[in-house]
Design a protein around this ligand. Structure first.
Ligand code: F6P
Length: 546
């Protein structure tokens, strides 16, 4: 990893909205057709991206290329892939791509082999009927996604995920398990995350209560092995990741130990191969035939020019249900920022809210709003050509629903069409005039369709890397740091103080006086409030303490 200074990243770039290339891009997006009549397919490893449902025109594509050039995209992509500092506010690389590179550095390779050997031994010994995976955010979602994608019909090891600090999570996670055959996998890059350490502590107590030595049943995955050791986990059971791997990009590291124990190390190898192939495509494909780049340009149009505040992810495959929160964290933690690298406001709306649900459940939940609501949202439809189950008619209907929803969102239905439809159904002209407006669909809703030949580790790996690079490219265009997460830190700090304040008071007298103080200060003396909290927070601390 080079130590090249990041100064140029901070200072050399003009504010986005002042760039002639940005102004050209805006005009091109505003003047091109809202509805696509031409097929626009981009072939990438492991998948095909159909961008026909996005605004596209030769001038918009040319303006997009010019915009990327003006933002120094090629150089920044090179820095990302070379492991240079790209996380400017934290002075770090974000070198997740090296974790899946066919020839990884020795320490990465060694850790991969150590983990594979550990899993092989556990498999050979038929140990660990139960796995309790304890971790949150990036230390959780990727593993959940891979386990549910490839262990959908069940695996011989029963895997439970415990993320939330909510005591029900750990209670449910441990309920009914045989502690003698349970492995607790504690995953935390920082090994300071309170949810993970609290839940880990409960699991440790549970093991002790069963008369077991917790050291025999605990494994850690972390970038801070010394903290895991101090916590009581033996060296041989600590797997490493590195400071230069962001939490939300850590699926490619030993964070996926649970995946290997559950669905096999081969699945991890396949995920890495697919992602590496997408990395090569991202690095080499011409910009306009580059799937992550094209998705990023469409995302910028939809968010910053057309003003869409959210992006819907609609996987038409139940095995991909956890793709939604996975992309949600990846996208929103990365792009949920409004200042550029120089600390200036970006000047246009940035990362959208990401949400979704697998189809067809989504159709019966919120697609009404997508079709006829006043806002609607761009959609990423995802489907697999091959079903991998035996019920051909289910798959036919699933595909039909996906294509139909997409077509309806694109095509819409005019008032005249709706009226003609009503008349054809036998309504009187008056009835048709009244009902037709209710049946109008504005159409022209932007979407991508991503088609995987089948849900293999390779295609899922490629899909995840597609999203990673799409997010990175949008970060470059907006000029923000997509690798930090300062917004999460503030609430964490406040929570520590409030948790202290919520501790039980020592005596009734102190309790009464605490309530009096809080009530008084909240009601009458906000400026003199004894803590930094607002009146409502003070009120609820007093109410909920104990
Ligand atoms: O949500 C903030 C965050 O730092 C994520 O980026 C990360 O995935 C998660 O917390 C968990 O962090 P750790 O792996 O250090 O416990």
């Amino acid at each position: 990893m080079s130590n090249a200074p990041s100064r140029f990243l901070v200072t050399a770039r003009a504010p986005l909205t002042e760039l002639p290339a940005w102004k050209r891009f805006v005009v091109a997006a505003q003047t091109c057709a809202a509805r696509a009549d031409e097929l626009d397919l981009i072939e990438a490893p492991g998948l095909v991206l159909d961008a026909s449902g996005q605004r596209h025109a030769p001038e918009l594509l040319a303006a997009g290329e010019a915009l990327l050039e003006a933002r120094g995209f090629a150089e920044q992509r090179q820095r990302l892939l070379a492991g240079d500092e790209v996380n400017v506010t934290e002075h770090r690389a974000a070198w997740h791509t090296i974790l899946r590179a066919p020839t990884a550095p020795t320490d990465v390779q060694a850790e991969r082999e150590r983990m594979d050997a550990w899993v092989r031994r556990a498999d050979a010994e038929r140990r660990w009927r139960h796995i309790v995976h304890v971790g949150i955010g990036g230390s959780d979602w990727g593993v959940r996604l891979a386990v549910s994608a490839f262990g959908y019909a069940g695996t011989w090891r029963d895997v439970r995920f415990v993320a939330n600090i909510d005591g029900h999570a750990i209670e449910g996670g441990l309920a009914g398990l045989d502690p003698r055959d349970t492995l607790v996998v504690l995953v935390s890059k920082s090994f300071t995350t309170s949810e993970t350490l609290e839940n880990g502590a409960r699991a440790r107590e549970w093991l002790v209560a069963a008369g077991l030595d917790p050291a025999d049943h605990l494994v850690a995955v972390t970038a801070r092995p010394e903290r895991a050791r101090a916590w009581g986990i033996p060296e041989a059971q600590i797997f490493r990741l590195w400071d230069w791997v962001g939490g939300r990009f850590s699926i490619w590291s030993a964070v996926s130990l649970t995946t290997a124990l559950s669905v096999g190390s081969d699945v991890l190898a396949g995920l890495r191969m697919g992602a590496a192939a997408m990395d090569a495509h991202f690095a080499q494909a011409p910009l306009l035939a580059n799937a992550p780049v094209r998705m990023a340009l469409a995302g910028i149009v939809n968010r910053s020019i057309l003003g869409h505040g959210s992006l819907n992810i609609a996987p038409y495959d139940s095995r991909l249900a956890n793709l939604v929160p996975y992309v949600q964290q990846l996208d929103m933690e990365s792009l949920g920022k409004s200042v550029d690298l120089a600390g200036r406001p970006v000047g246009v709306p940035t990362g959208p809210a990401v949400w979704g649900m697998p189809g067809t459940d989504a159709q019966h939940t919120f697609f009404q709003w997508m079709h006829q609501g006043s806002d609607g949202a761009p959609v990423d439809f995802i489907l697999c050509s091959q079903a991998d189950h035996h019920w051909a008619s289910h798959h036919r209907q699933l595909l039909a629903n996906c294509l139909a929803q997409r077509e309806a969102l694109m095509r819409g239905k005019t008032l005249a069409q709706a009226r003609a439809e009503c008349l054809a159904e036998g309504l009187t002209p008056e009835q048709a005039d009244w009902l037709a407006p209710h049946r109008v669909h504005p159409g022209g809703r932007p979407n991508h369709l991503i088609v995987l030949p089948r849900l293999s580790p390779y295609s899922l790996g490629a899909l995840l890397a597609l999203y990673e690079h799409r997010v990175f490219t949008q970060g470059v265009i907006w000029g923000i740091d997509p690798f930090d997460q300062w917004g999460v830190e503030y609430g964490k700090v406040l929570a520590r103080g409030i948790a202290q304040a919520l501790q039980p008071v020592a005596s009734e007298a102190r309790w009464d006086s605490a309530l009096d103080t809080v009530a008084q200060t909240a009601a009458t003396r906000p400026a003199d409030r004894p803590s930094d909290h607002d009146a409502s927070t003070c009120h609820w601390i007093a109410q909920l303490r104990g």
